[in-house]
Design a protein around this ligand. Structure first.
Ligand code: ZN
Length: 284
């Protein structure tokens, strides 16, 4: 997960207040309104904008994949409170829509945990200030305005994700806060498949590094060769898949790469590589 600034993109025209109002007024008295939601939120105009903003990566696990549209606050009945209708009224709310891979979406499903269940927004939308004289107050729908709920799920468009989720050289993620812990659990961010994908980034880099040393030996151009390599693979770049994990390799190069080379018996090469890396990093 990485932080995303949605304010740089204009809300899709198709999600206009008029259009949404008609749809929501027609279902608000239904016992299970989430089931009556139409596919408007999934139209090409919405999807194209979201995918571009997220560089075609899942909002949770950062893999490049076929993506779906997730409702951050679930449109259907929520798992944590069975007598709650769910957040059907946010089904077409631009700030509640995030691109997600099918696995993360399936694992998350209708979960939206809060630290304190008493802070949850009730189904009484008039009382909560989202409906007045039969009209929806859409300016209150922005999820940035729903922070009275003590949510336990990280949101890449609100939270400073950089201050959460600690990545380890093994490819695993560990939590810094209770919110991190729930987020990892809900999206299963430590599933084996993802750990392997992240771990492979390091493994491949170490393989490449060893190859370069072997092929180039004491070559004078070795330094330039490594600088090119760092630029291509390690320079922080949010458009790359698993960029948050890559950032940890960049930031903790000694732990993520140098130590591993040493463990493999490439002590001298490890030291030389560390010097190149530090020199390169200073230039950025
Ligand atoms: Zn995912």
């Amino acid at each position: 997960m990485i932080s995303i600034d949605k304010s740089v993109v204009k809300k899709p025209d198709i999600l206009s207040d008029n259009e949404i109002s008609k749809k929501l007024l027609g279902i608000k008295n239904d016992a299970n309104p989430g089931k009556k939601i139409t596919n408007l939120y999934n139209e090409a105009e919405v999807k194209v904008k979201l995918l571009k903003l997220y560089n075609n990566k899942c909002c949770a696990c950062e893999q490049e994949a076929e993506l779906e549209i997730d409702h951050f606050r679930p449109k259907n009945k929520i798992k944590e409170k069975t007598n709650h209708k769910g957040y059907y009224w946010l089904s077409y709310e631009w700030t509640n829509l995030l691109p997600i891979c099918s696995r993360c979406n399936k694992f998350k499903s209708n979960q939206f945990p809060l630290k304190n269940e008493n802070t949850r927004i009730s189904d009484n939308l008039e009382q909560e200030g989202f409906l007045k004289n039969g009209e929806f107050i859409f300016e209150n729908f922005k999820i940035q305005n729903l922070e009275k709920e003590e949510r336990l799920l990280l949101n890449p468009e609100i939270d400073k994700v950089e201050e959460h989720l600690l990545f380890l050289p093994t490819g695993e993620i560990t939590n810094l806060t209770e919110k991190d812990e729930k987020t990892i659990k809900i999206y299963k961010l430590n599933r084996n498949w993802l750990i392997d994908k992240r771990w492979n980034i390091i493994e491949n880099q170490i393989d490449d590094i060893i190859k370069i040393f072997i092929e180039w030996g004491e070559d004078q151009k070795l330094k330039k060769r490594f600088f090119d390599f760092f630029n291509n693979e390690l320079k922080p770049d949010k458009t790359k898949n698993y960029s948050r994990f890559r950032y940890f390799i960049f930031e903790y190069f000694d732990i993520f790469v140098v130590e591993k080379l040493k463990d493999m018996g490439f002590e001298i090469h490890a030291k030389e590589l560390e010097n190149f890396f530090n020199e390169w990093k200073k230039q950025l």
